[in-house]
Design a protein around this ligand. Sequence first.
Ligand code: 13P
Length: 254
Amino acid sequence: MHLVALLFLTELSVRKIVIAGNWKMFKTQAESKEFLEGFLPSLVDTPQDREVLLCVPFTDLNLLSQSLHGSRVNLGAQNVHWEDNGAYTGEISAPMLTEIGVRYVIVGHSERRQYFGETDETVNLRLKAAQKHGLTPILCVGETKQQRDAGETESIITNQLQKDLVGVDQNNLIIAYEPIWAIGTGDTCETIEANRVIGLIRTQLNNPNVTIQYGGSVKPNNVDQIMAQPEIDGALVGGASLEPASFARIVNYQ
Ligand code: 13P
């Protein structure tokens, strides 16, 4: 019995906590500079075992790479193409990102799936390309309100994972469970339910130590409750990551 408990604790402790901001299409360079001036000083007491990261628009990456140098905040992009270069107007490749110090990249966000024709097949290609160049991808999965109401949450997520993760290295991967109906709506998923779905996602993986975040209306007033859930290893934060005090409160959750 003691051994089982010890193994359980050992397993828990290996999962890294990652709190990430996703700025989406917000902030010019001037605005990002102003954000950092307010945000970085709030991290002095942030526990060292929390990885903090900002996923910003392409035009902000270079500036943030320089401004974050020597800080404890890591840098992420919001998309990556699967080829190293080529005739792909409007796309960015992994070598272009790693060259300027980007370490993470969001792949398969529901906004890309909904508005820009992202499919599980292209998500899979992007994940593999990111890993090939040493980036850590954050794979987003989640169901629509309609799918949830039809009782399809489990099958949709299982299906996304099966297709997206073919040939993907689970030792260099973060997953974000983002129920689409909870994104930008203030309609946070019940923490117990988010914990349940994330537990389900974990059963689909062959590496039990993959960090799995929750995303969807994470705010200063609900982050403590969300992070208290045993299966939830972090948060992917949209709107509330745009304002220094609000994102600092989330990063410094109790
Ligand atoms: P909100 O936090 O604004 O709901 O956005 C969540 C999200 O899409 C993060 O990727």
